[in-house]
Design a protein around this ligand. Structure first.
Ligand code: CP
Ligand code: NVA
Length: 308
């Protein structure tokens, strides 16, 4: 049974999950949203303590996890990077060994994904990846929930990712391949998604399309969902030259007009209007970004309830 199988499991990469497990998480997220709105949410984390470690800034992830732990009856402990001894050289493994003795689960946002694996291996408690340079799996659970709500299904939906082939793009490749969402991507040369993750997505796809394009207009033709993210992710240096390099990959009215007539536009946020997304698209009728942000709460409550 997927439910029993997820208890105690880390949620670090979608590559570690089966299609059934991912669909099970999404189903739980849908129930939790329904129950939350009806004011009858179960106390799935009653009496549990959850450490939330943030080595990079966050608005959505931090607040939705902290609020989510509270709504599920648990106690969140938010730890900023500067408050922890890792800043002074303590290893992630030693940090994990200790935290595992105090808390029931750990959420971490940091730079290298190998640090998350070190933490998880040493802690005897489940660890959730709240974003690394490589992946952002919690974001994609909430995004798939949003697509399901807006399109009524996942299988056969056509999503096109336009922009930087970053952590969000990597996790989208894995999540869409698993969920049966056809995924196309258009990224400037040299900024494509991680080739190892792409290979894994192709392996998981089982008939679902996973395909890269050099031209954004060609990639979005007929898409049901257009997705974009910032051109410069946290931890990367700002590079003025990127504006020119990425110019043809802006999600603007012209690009959206090539997609299906009822296509929605998604962005994990924070957004830079006028860079990866035009303001009139971000704030226009096709934009699903606020519902997408709201769903972070339900996707993550489901992940915590099933793994912690
Ligand atoms: N989308 C997302 O993870 O947002 P934050 O960086 O604000 O957490
Ligand atoms: N790719 C972005 C996502 C932010 C939620 C970053 O890593 O900064």
């Amino acid at each position: 049974m997927p439910a029993r199988g997820l208890k105690g499991k880390n949620f670090i990469s979608l590559a570690d999950f089966s299609r059934d497990e991912l669909l099970f998480v999404l189903e739980r997220a849908r129930w939790m949203k329904r129950d939350f709105k009806a004011g009858r949410l179960e106390s799935a984390l009653g009496g549990k303590c959850v450490a939330l470690i943030f080595m990079k800034p966050s608005t959505r992830t931090r607040v939705s996890f902290e609020a989510g732990v509270f709504y599920l009856g648990g106690h969140p402990l938010v730890l900023g990077g500067s408050e922890m001894q890792v800043q002074r050289g303590e290893s992630w493994a030693d940090t994990g060994r200790v935290l595992g003795r105090y808390v029931d689960g750990i959420v971490i946002r940091t730079f290298a994904q190998c640090d998350v694996f070190d933490l998880a291996e040493a802690a005897s408690k489940p660890v959730i990846n709240g974003l690394t340079d490589e992946e952002h799996p919690c974001q994609i659970v909430s995004d798939l929930l949003t697509i399901q709500e807006k399109k009524g299904t996942l299988r056969g939906v056509k999503l096109c990712y336009v922009g930087d082939g970053n952590n969000v793009a990597n996790s989208l490749l894995l999540g869409c391949a698993l969920a049966g969402v056809d995924i196309r991507y258009a990224c400037p040369a040299g900024h494509e998604p991680d080739p190892v993750i792409l290979a894994k997505a192709l392996e998981l796809a089982e008939g679902t399309q996973v395909k890269g394009f050099a031209d954004a207009a060609e990639a979005v033709a007929g898409a049901d969902v257009i997705y974009t993210d910032v051109w410069t992710s946290m931890g990367q240096d700002e590079d003025g030259a990127k504006m020119e390099e990425f110019g043809a990959f802006q999600v603007n009215f012209g690009l959206v007009s090539k997609a299906a007539a009822d296509a929605i536009v998604m962005h994990c946020l924070p957004a830079h209007r006028g860079e990866e997304i035009a303001a009139d698209v971000m704030d226009g009728p096709r934009s699903a970004v606020w519902d997408q942000a709201e769903n972070r709460l339900f996707g993550q409550m489901a992940i915590m309830a099933l793994t912690f």
